[in-house]
Design a protein around this ligand. Structure first.
Ligand code: DAH
Length: 347
């Protein structure tokens, strides 16, 4: 019996199958009902008591070794077969469905806004996110001591000194810098819409983020009036919020426009009657605007005696929040697919 055990142990060790069928055949030959190892187990019952201990241990060791080897080989051969099938392009393998993505709500709204102004003859202009003070502040008529230039708001990359300098390098805090770049390079008539990412040193909360998106608009030509601006922005509001939308303008201040205004749109949730979203006023603030200050035109080489124009700027997140009823700004940046999938069917 000991010889037989040794012989089978050698076979187990030397066994090198190529297919799972060979492994199964081997298992049955050893461990099947009429298998050789099964027969040895059976014969063990009749072994003399003084030999039982040694033979029993050997038999058990053989059985464990055989089972382990069979299991290990099954995995190995299975994996090799899979790799081979993949390399050969096994046409019987089940296909894997490609998941379709959807556009991010910020892109959706940006595209809609760009489209609305494209119908009015505006073309898209872009500019760098890393800017100099000259394009973000100085040429937009910001006084050197203006608080918006402060470290509290602006992420600086390189400062020339303690005092603000037009050569300071920073992350743009608004897309109005693209206005300046456009005026520097083009002659009126100018009609551009400028989408982009902007950066401000703000604590992140449901209503503020240090990175967000804006769209800037600029129209310069001979004889452009405040009435032209009002009509263009009313058209925009109706296209984005629906035919029933109305706008109102409140006097405001920006260094780069004179006069300046804040634009409100009638609350699309309560229809202007007053609700929690519009805080009972019936109006929602959507953008800033104004007639381009003559100093801004002059700074970029456009003659303010001949030309006039208007500009406006809005936060895309804010428009998207109002349009889709999103209450927390952070949702736009977390990219939780449960949030994003809600926009699958949007335009
Ligand atoms: N740049 C302003 C901001 O970031 C928005 C703005 C207001 C842009 C009035 C304009 C404008 O072009 O005329 O808050």
């Amino acid at each position: 019996m000991i010889d037989k055990i040794n012989e089978l142990s050698r076979q187990v060790e030397a066994f090198a199958p190529k297919t799972t069928a060979e492994i199964e055949e081997f298992r049955i030959r050893l461990l099947g009902k009429k298998g050789e190892l099964t027969a040895l187990m059976e014969a063990f019952k009749g072994v003399a008591p003084e030999l039982k201990r040694e033979l029993g241990q050997k038999l058990n060791a053989l059985k464990t070794a055989a089972l382990n080897r069979i299991n290990a080989l099954r995995e190995e051969v299975g994996r090799a077969a899979e790799l081979q099938a993949a390399a050969a392009g096994d046409l019987t393998r089940p296909g894997s469905a490609e998941e379709l993505g959807s556009r991010h709500p910020i892109s959706l709204v940006k595209n809609q806004i760009v489209e609305v102004f494209a119908r009015l003859g505006y073309t898209v202009a872009e500019g760098p996110e890393i800017e100099d003070d000259r394009h973000v502040f100085t040429k937009l008529n910001f006084a050197p001591e203006h608080p918006a230039r402060d470290m509290q708001d602006t992420f600086f990359i390189e400062r020339r000194g303690e005092e603000p300098s037009a050569d300071d390098i920073l992350l743009r805090t608004h897309t109005s810098s693209i206005q300046v770049r456009t005026m520097e390079h083009r002659k009126p008539p100018i009609r551009v819409i400028c989408p982009g990412r902007v950066f401000r040193n703000e604590a992140i909360s449901y209503r503020a983020h240090c990175i967000f998106h804006q769209i800037e608009g600029l129209y310069i030509d001979e004889g452009v009036s405040f009435a032209d601006m009002k009509q263009s922005l009313l058209y925009f509001a109706k296209e984005i919020f629906g035919e029933q939308a109305r706008i109102r303008m409140r006097p405001s201040y920006f260094p780069f426009t004179e006069p300046s205004a804040e634009v409100d749109v009638s609350c699309n949730l309560c229809g202007g009657k007053g609700c929690a979203v519009c805080k009972g006023t019936g109006w929602l603030e959507i953008m800033g605007c104004g007639m381009v200050d003559p100093n801004v035109l002059k700074a970029s080489g456009i003659d303010p005696e001949k030309y006039s124009g208007f500009a406006f700027g809005m936060g895309i997140e804010r428009i998207a929040m109002l349009k889709y009823g999103v209450r927390d700004l952070r949702l736009y940046f977390e990219n939780d697919v449960r949030f994003l999938h809600q926009f699958d069917k949007a335009l």
